[in-house]
Design a protein around this ligand. Structure first.
Ligand SMILES: *[C@@H]1O[C@H](CO)[C@@H](O)[C@H](O)[C@H]1NC(C)=O
Ligand SMILES: *[C@@H]1O[C@H](CO)[C@@H](O)[C@H](O)[C@H]1NC(C)=O
Ligand SMILES: *[C@@H]1O[C@H](CO)[C@@H](O)[C@H](O)[C@H]1NC(C)=O
Length: 314
């Protein structure tokens, strides 16, 4: 790890830096870069994560030369009382990253009442000590994207003065405080999440993580001003050209290097559970969350991620 850090370009917090392509993940390449995690949902969701063989056999994942689709089951009524819920998929990269930039070109994200999709980074074996960065996250079709850090005790974020376009929601990253609300920032872009994101043809999410800051950006497919190295990925990126991030997490009161270690990228789609279930009653969605998920398979036909690519730079 130390040699990687020494090879990394010198970085300053706001100016960003230049990184070289380390993984170009497209189409079938998702099966090489990721492993499938058929595990019980740690967030108590109404979900049954399946293994790769089941996902492929049931067409819950589908890869062509230039696209990767990952979805929940949308044909089965869940009537077995011993079931943990609707079949879905959770995948995690084999590689783990410290200092890096990553660009997620997403054409579609899961939508629907009860859905809780996420694209995030963590160290599952060392949580929360290794840190967690939620890049794309939200529930029940509602609101805009929420970007959140979760850490062990001792990492907080300033409530103001950050160079970001998003809105500060909470500033204590400690997973043991405030019901694990974390240090959250919401995007002000309506197109950053759910049905509106999909109607616009999706867009790009990007993260830059260094020893001294973490930044997350979002650009809608339909908006102008998308940096060329984001919209047409090549052998390197220069984050200094990416403009003001949606969320900026500085080291003012959080030693980023201490609270974050090598993290994998995880993509998951769960239902209900600790967040989507908790706020379901006030979401305007019908019935109760678990019943709705169990009884209405056709409501989940749009509960899928479609990735054009993920490019990771180090
Ligand atoms: C799904 O992603 C979120 C991160 O946004 C995480 O908190 C949660 O534990 C994940 N759930 C599962 C089951 O992986
Ligand atoms: C599998 O999913 C892909 C992508 O949604 C779709 O194009 C294809 O028709 C599906 N195949 C079957 C056999 O349903
Ligand atoms: C915070 O980041 C700045 C700029 O990268 C660096 O000079 C400073 O030492 C960092 N502070 C801590 C406490 O790590």
């Amino acid at each position: 790890m130390q040699s990687i850090l020494l090879l990394a370009p010198f970085l300053t917090p706001v100016l960003g830096g230049t990184y070289s392509l380390s993984s170009n993940i497209v189409g079938q390449g998702f099966y090489d870069a990721f492993n499938f995690e058929a595990i019980p949902d740690p967030t108590a969701g109404r979900v049954n994560y399946v293994d790769q063989a089941t996902a492929v056999a049931d067409n819950l994942t589908y890869a062509s030369d230039n696209t990767f689709i990952m979805r929940a089951d949308f044909t089965t009524v869940i009537s077995d009382s011993s079931s943990t819920g609707r079949n879905s998929v959770r995948i995690r990269t084999n590689a783990a990253y410290t200092t890096h930039a990553a660009v997620f070109d997403i054409a579609h994200m899961p939508q629907g009442c009860g859905t809780w999709p996420a694209v995030w980074e963590t160290n599952e074996g060392d949580w929360p000590a290794g840190g967690e960065v939620d890049i794309v996250e939200g529930v029940n079709n509602q609101g805009t994207d929420q970007i959140t850090l979760h850490t062990s005790p001792g990492c907080t974020m300033p409530a103001s003065g950050r160079q970001q376009t998003g809105t500060v929601v909470s500033t204590d990253c400690n997973t043991a405080d405030n019901g694990n609300q974390g240090c959250a920032v919401t995007s002000t872009a309506a197109s950053s999440f759910g049905p509106t994101f999909n109607a616009d043809g999706g867009g790009w999410y990007a993260i830059e993580r260094t020893d001294t800051f973490i930044n997350v950006w979002f650009w809608s497919r339909s908006a102008g001003g998308v940096p060329a190295d984001v919209s047409a990925p090549g052998s390197s990126v220069d984050t200094s050209t990416w403009g003001t991030p949606t969320a900026n997490f500085p080291n003012t009161s959080c030693d980023i290097e201490e609270f974050f270690n090598a993290n994998n990228i995880i993509i998951n789609l769960t239902f209900c559970g600790d967040w989507a279930g908790a706020v379901y009653g006030s979401s305007g969605c019908p019935s109760s969350c678990n019943d709705y998920v169990d009884q209405n398979p056709s409501a989940f036909v749009d509960a899928y991620f479609q990735f054009n690519s993920i490019n990771v730079y180090t």
